[in-house]
Design a protein around this ligand. Structure first.
Ligand SMILES: NC(=O)C1=CN([C@@H]2O[C@H](COP(=O)(O)OP(=O)(O)OC[C@H]3O[C@@H](n4cnc5c(N)ncnc54)[C@H](OP(=O)(O)O)[C@@H]3O)[C@@H](O)[C@H]2O)C=CC1
Ligand SMILES: O=C(O)CCCC(=O)O
Length: 457
């Protein structure tokens, strides 16, 4: 069994089976057996089951939020927001399930009709991280099932309880046995490589770190498995000299501190125009100092990090930046408690080559640098090998759009601190990944295009 810990106080909140590679194959057996019938189910029937699951998640919103907070540590507000966000993927893909797509046309030379259909690919392997235990699962399960695929899911070993609770709700909503199979395990590499080697698994969708994503891409290449990869980010947060600073601070609080900074979309590098950098730092820093850090059960706004290793890593990258000349300007207090807490922190004069700027921080640390020329700013931002999200705050909308379009990222919040939305195509460029989740694109990740070229005398 795997013991699931509460990162706020290290108490045990549950136990789940530690699945083996034999369990991994058993899950594919079930998914493969269930596939033909599920793929033939009328789109409307699949849609209604997904819609019912959306309703059940909202019915159980507080229970699910508590489970998320217990195993992940995030605040009650973040957990409730996550349940709403996660449930919306079921509603969105319930609506997309009835629009599988397709086409019908005539070849230019005549004598041929072309009938194009979008078919479910087959068994989908879904691998999800601990930072959004509900939303990362539903962002994959909903489109896979909407398309007519069956699935095997491996949640993170730190947060398996939420995925199991969602699977139960899908069963309650009417998903037949075998359509979704969850394998909890501490042998992530063994289970996932077993799936990628199995000829019945035709697509893998992964959310997690870039190094693991690269490993899975290499493994997927052996059988040319279709891949969708949501990997690490390094989001810039740009503030121009004519931006509304109060609005920019409000957006920064969301972009940086949602989920305690543990999000691939989290603002990682603040580039504030030198004319307003002092004022922005002061306004932002004052808000950061007010953040209440602690266990969700005490109504805190910021919970612990996921593990002690995470705390050590954030500590070391902050220390490294300070040694290189950065200054800590503001910091919130942390409780004296057993959990993995790190104080929300603001730093100024962070060098572009410090790890805080070149790698994902995945913690509540805001690193600020300054700039003064738009072209120089864009060049500095685009030096990164990552390109998931970005944020641009500017007074003149045209300038905000020009800067946003010049950034090598998949998503930009323009005068907004949040980009995530089930109706929008979530995903990154460069080493931040391949493919898109949500929107219509999310369904396409689980469909294969086939055409019939029909003799038409
Ligand atoms: N882009 C994103 O959304 C995320 C980015 N990250 C980044 O990655 C860093 C490390 O986080 P971490 O949780 O370790 O991320 P990982 O990439 O290690 O974990 C994500 C998922 O992949 C699984 N996994 C781990 N190793 C393998 C493997 N060899 N083969 C197949 N599956 C594997 C994990 O299982 P298990 O939990 O059992 O190890 C988990 O289900 C973070 O600090 C952050 O920078 C992390 C999470 C999400
Ligand atoms: O960190 C992630 O992997 C996803 C970010 C959550 C979201 O905004 O959708």
């Amino acid at each position: 069994m795997i013991k699931v810990l509460n990162p706020a106080d290290l108490s045990i909140v549950g136990e789940v089976p530690d699945g083996t590679t034999a369990d991994a194959t058993g899950a594919v057996d079930k998914a493969a057996k269930a596939f033909p019938a599920w793929a033939r189910t009328a789109p409307r029937a699949r849609s209604e089951i997904l819609h019912k699951t959306f309703e059940l998640m909202l019915r159980d919103r507080s229970r699910l939020a508590e489970l998320i907070s217990l195993e992940n540590g995030k605040s009650e507000a973040d957990a409730l927001a996550e349940v709403g966000y996660a449930a919306e993927f079921f509603r969105w893909f319930a609506e997309e399930a009835v629009r599988p797509g397709g086409d019908y046309g005539e070849a230019p030379a005549g004598g041929v009709r072309t009938l194009v259909t979008a078919k479910p690919i087959g068994v989908a392997a879904l691998v999800t991280p601990w930072n959004f235990p509900a939303a990362m699962a539903t962002r994959k399960i909903a489109p896979a099932l909407a398309a007519g695929c069956t699935a095997v899911l491996k949640p993170a070993a730190e947060t398996p309880l939420t995925a199991l609770a969602i699977a139960e709700l899908l069963t309650e909503a009417g998903v037949p046995a075998g359509v979704l199979n969850v394998v909890t395990t501490t042998d992530a590499a063994g289970v996932v490589s077993t799936w990628l080697a199995d000829s019945r698994v035709r697509v893998i969708s992964f959310t997690g770190s870039t190094p693991v994503g690269k490993t899975l891409l290499r493994q997927a290449a052996d059988r040319v498995v279709v891949t969708a990869m949501e990997l690490g980010g390094n989001a810039p947060f740009v503030v121009t000299e004519d931006a509304d600073l109060e609005k920019a601070v409000a957006g920064a609080m969301i972009a940086k501190f949602r989920n305690g900074g543990q999000a691939c979309t989290a603002a990682n590098r603040f580039y504030v125009h030198s004319a307003v950098a002092d004022e922005f730092t002061e306004l932002f820093g004052r808000e950061v100092e007010k953040l209440a850090v602690g266990p969700y059960s005490q109504g805190a706004q910021i919970g612990p990090l996921i593990s002690d290793t995470a705390v050590q890593r954030v500590t070391s990258v902050v220390d490294e930046a300070v040694a290189a000349g950065a200054r800590v300007t503001h910091q919130a207090a942390v409780p004296v408690a057993a959990g993995h807490f790190y104080p929300p922190t603001v730093l100024r004069d962070v060098p572009d080559d410090s790890t805080l700027f070149t790698e994902e921080i995945f913690g509540p640390v805001a690193s600020i640098a300054t700039w003064s020329d738009d072209d120089e700013l864009v060049a500095r931002v685009n030096e990164s090998e990552f390109g998931l999200a970005g944020y641009v705050y500017a007074g003149e909308l045209g300038r905000a759009i020009r800067i946003s379009e010049a950034l090598d990222v998949g998503m930009v919040g323009v005068n907004r601190g949040l980009v995530s939305d089930p109706s929008a195509p979530f995903g990154g460029v460069k080493q931040s990944g391949l493919g898109r989740e949500g929107a219509r694109d999310g369904l396409r990740e689980y469909q294969e295009t086939q055409y019939l070229s029909i003799d038409w005398p």
